[in-house]
Design a binder for this molecule. Sequence first.
Ligand code: CA
Ligand code: ZN
Length: 300
Amino acid sequence: MHHFISSENHIFKFSAGQPPVLKVSSGDTITFETMDCFSDQIQGPDDRLEEVSFDRVNPATGPVYVEGAEKGDVLKVKINRIEVGRQAVMLTGKDLGVLGARLEGMHFKILPVEKEYVVFDEKTKLPLNPMVGVIGVAPESGEISCGTPDAHGGNMDTTLIREGAEVLLPVRAEGALLALGDLHAAMGDGEVCVSGAEVPGKVEVTVTLVKGLAIPTPLVLNDRILAVIFSNETLDQAVDGAVEVMVELIKNRTELPREEIIMLLSVGGQVAISQVVDPLKTARCELPLRILENYNFKLY
Ligand code: CA
Ligand code: ZN
């Protein structure tokens, strides 16, 4: 079955207490219409930043209740298609991003989106590379702002989360309560100024419930690699966490001893930065599937 949710149905916090806007079954396809991370408040060069409400950043469309989903399951979200709007916006300024201490005031920039490019200025066109910045499920208890990444997913700002990828989210609350938003027409790893090319758009996904696959943090699979996504207070801790989760996933599914796995990751894997500008930092540990296949690794 194919469902559609308009961006009017959105949340600013992931929480088990959020009433779902839609109930779906495992195997269903959903098109999420999404606003940009500023709730589409900045539309043109004449818009006044003082009038932009920053209480309305990072809306995520949803949440969607998946029948039968319960704590200990995994919700696999296949990103079938991402369609982005014709214009993106970027923001940076004082105390924002990596060099916010060196900036004064707030600055935004409108970037036209063409068929294959995002236009930065008259000299630079960047390849269009649509991705999903915020995708997550409800935590077991409490609430987590959509601007924060963590074990539930959320604002992971991970460039791998693009068309064709599968995002595996650890379910912690009944129904999973999936929500997503914060599309980027392009973004570089790190997202150093605090934003990508922020765009509204539509994301078509297919959700599948995987029973009994215990994962502590989100995973991303594409046709080439398996990646562990890990967020923590510092980038060092995020890297340690991503590597540790990857080692344990392989340890529990192959005959390889721990020291062999870590050596394999060291020569054949890749540690990468997703983002360094959100309330927690996000790193990832990737390993090619063709290497995992050598050891008959099966995730589930
Ligand atoms: Ca983001
Ligand atoms: Zn964003």
